[in-house]
Structure formats: structure tokens, C-alpha cells
Design a protein around this ligand. Structure first.
Ligand code: FAD
Length: 287
């Protein structure tokens, strides 16, 4: 049956979930309900994205505060592109005063039209700065790209950039979403070979609709394999078929990652609970 777990030997696998800051009061209300549903999965932490360039930063802080108030572990994403040392110092003090212990430290991408690069060039600079300013207060996550960051000069340079973030003091990494497990396992092996042996947690993108995921994949350098793309396109606007197929594909992906030794799973929830809950039910990870 559809609800039968893929694996009979259910082993605990830590989970985390990611949200973006809602833009409207209705969105905030809806997200509150979504969070309550996802808390049933007992996530290790709930993270909230951060708009490089400033647009959503207040919304990020409000959402992180709500998560902390609900008694959950929160994590704020934190981008450094365009920022000054003083502005970062100020934000770190604010995060500390909120009681926050975990950050996802990123470079970010400035919206087009923004001028200067600010005082931080790469995420590794931000990680080093946070460590210098706040010691071990924060658990620092960084981004990893098993299929390579779109602006990287070469796969080797991108791997070195990742290793630099680890050497600067990152505690663990979350990957860009991917559908090719080989790329993930190779990335983990290559990083270990270079002495970067922090946990690399796969970022999982549930397939909720087809146009969204195809568009998004193009912009962030993730590959949607041809067979998945063609199947999605063939369903047209038959959303039930898209969701059923997406659930099969992503649950299989997670199962392969678990069997291959992935240390945890991080879900890009898109502020929705159903797809993430269904995947976890398939994996036998939901109570
Ligand atoms: P970096 O690690 O600094 O890498 C950026 C590029 O520079 C790469 O191409 C790298 O190869 C290159 N590079 C790094 N160091 C060097 C060097 N020394 N010399 C030469 N080249 C170098 N964006 C947001 O705006 N808000 C978010 O909340 C957010 N959350 C994210 C969460 C996750 C898990 C991931 C995977 C991405 C997220 N992003 C977010 C997107 C991210 O900001 C972009 O992918 C951005 O382009 C790169 O950020 P980074 O931290 O990986 O940068």
C-alpha cells in the first residue's frame, strides 16, 4: 500500500526542516499551522531563509523567534554579501540576545541592481568572522553543492571553497537539492579525502509541482534528470499524478541516501507540510 514504509528496519534518522519568511499575515498564520504539523516529526532544528540584500530579514527574525517561542530549536540563515563587519556584528548580538544557537552561514546572491560586494567576499569569510567574534556560541552550517555551484570556476575550485568553509569553522553542511545520489556520495568522499569530515546533510526538495521545480533547478545549478523531467511534463496539470510520482521519486531518493549512510535529512518544505510528512511516512520516520 502507499503508506507502507519502504524499509522494514526503521532506523532513526535526524531530520530538519526549512521555511521561508511569510510575506503576509495570512502566510504567517498558515505557516504557524504548518510548523505544528511538522513538529510531529521531532525535527532537530527548523531553519528560516534570509533574503540577501535585506528584503525579508525582519520576517526571518520574526519567524525564528516564533519557532523559539514554540519551544523548538531554531536556526537562522545568514548571508554576508553586501554586509559590513559592523552590520554583521550587530546581527550576531541580536541572534545571541534571542537565545539562538544555530546559523546557516552563506554568501547569498545580491538581487540585480545592487552595487557593492560589501566587506565579505565568500561564505568562508563569514564563518571565520563569526568564530572570531562569538567563539563556539553558534553551531554553524554551511552550504554544499554536490552538482557544483553555478558560478564555480571548476569542480576542484568549488570543492576547495567548501573545504575552506570547513577549515574556517563550520560544524556541518546542508546540500543544495539534487536527484543524483552518486553526486552526493562522491562529494562526501572527495571532501573527506581533503580532510573536511563534518556531516554533510542532503537537502531534500519534495516535488509538489512541476514548473516550480524545473525553473528553480535551472537557477541554482541542480539537475532534474531527463526521465524525471519528461515524466513531470507528461502529466500536464494533473497535479494528483505529479504529487504521487514526486512522492515515489523523493522517498526512494531519501531511502538510498539513508542506506548509503547520510547522517540526516534536511527538508526544503516550501512552507507546506503535506509532502514532507508523506515522504517521512513512507520512510517510516513519522510517528
Ligand atoms: P560560497 O561558499 O562563498 O561560494 C560562492 C561561490 O564562490 C562558489 O562558486 C564558490 O566555488 C566560489 N568561491 C568560494 N570561495 C572562493 C575562493 N576563495 N576563490 C574563488 N572562488 C571561491 N541564499 C539566500 O539568499 N538566502 C538563504 O537563506 C539561502 N539559504 C541557502 C541554504 C542552502 C542549504 C543552500 C545550499 C543555499 C542557500 N542559499 C541562500 C543560496 C546561496 O546563497 C547561493 O547559492 C550563493 O550563490 C552561494 O552561497 P554560498 O554560501 O554557498 O557561497
Amino acid at each position: 500500500s502507499a503508506s507502507k514504509p519502504l524499509s522494514s528496519a526503521v532506523s532513526a534518522l535526524p531530520l530538519s526542516v526549512e521555511f521561508f519568511p511569510p510575506k503576509t499575515p495570512e502566510g504567517a498564520e498558515k505557516l504557524r499551522a504548518v510548523r505544528q504539523q511538522l513538529y510531529a516529526l521531532r525535527p532537530e532544528f527548523c531553519s528560516v531563509t534570509y533574503g540577501a540584500g535585506g528584503s525579508t530579514q525582519d520576517g526571518t527574525l520574526q519567524t525564528v523567534q516564533a519557532i523559539l517561542d514554540e519551544g523548538q530549536q531554531g536556526a537562522s540563515h545568514f548571508t554576508c554579501v553586501g554586509a559590513s563587519r559592523d552590520s554583521v556584528r550587530e546581527k550576531l548580538a541580536l541572534f545571541q540576545s534571542m537565545g539562538l544557537r544555530r546559523l546557516v552561514a552563506l554568501r547569498g546572491d545580491l538581487p540585480s541592481g545592487y552595487g557593492g560586494m560589501g566587506e565579505f567576499r565568500y561564505a568562508a569569510d563569514l564563518v571565520a568572522f563569526i568564530r572570531a567574534e562569538t567563539g563556539d556560541h553558534f553551531h554553524l552550517e554551511v552550504a554544499a553543492y554536490p552538482e557544483m555551484h553555478p558560478q564555480a570556476k571548476s569542480p576542484e575550485a568549488d570543492l576547495q571553497a567548501y573545504v575552506a568553509k570547513v577549515k574556517a569553522g563550520a560544524n556541518s553542511a546542508i546540500t543544495q537539492f539534487f536527484f543524483n545520489t552518486d553526486a552526493y556520495f562522491r562529494f562526501v568522499d572527495d571532501a573527506h579525502r581533503l580532510g573536511a569530515d563534518i556531516p554533510v546533510v542532503p537537502g531534500i526538495m519534495p516535488i509538489i509541482n512541476s514548473s516550480g521545480i524545473l525553473r528553480f533547478a535551472d537557477s541554482c545549478g541542480a539537475e532534474v534528470p531527463r526521465w524525471i523531467r519528461l515524466r513531470l511534463q507528461s502529466y500536464g496539470d494533473d497535479t494528483a499524478s505529479i504529487k504521487a510520482f514526486g512522492l515515489d521519486v523523493v522517498a526512494q531518493l531519501c531511502e538510498q541516501l539513508r542506506q548509503g549512510g547520510a547522517p540526516a535529512l534536511h527538508f526544503y518544505t516550501m512552507n507546506q507540510s503535506t509532502a514532507t510528512l508523506e515522504i517521512c511516512q513512507r520512510l517510516g520516520l513519522a510517528q
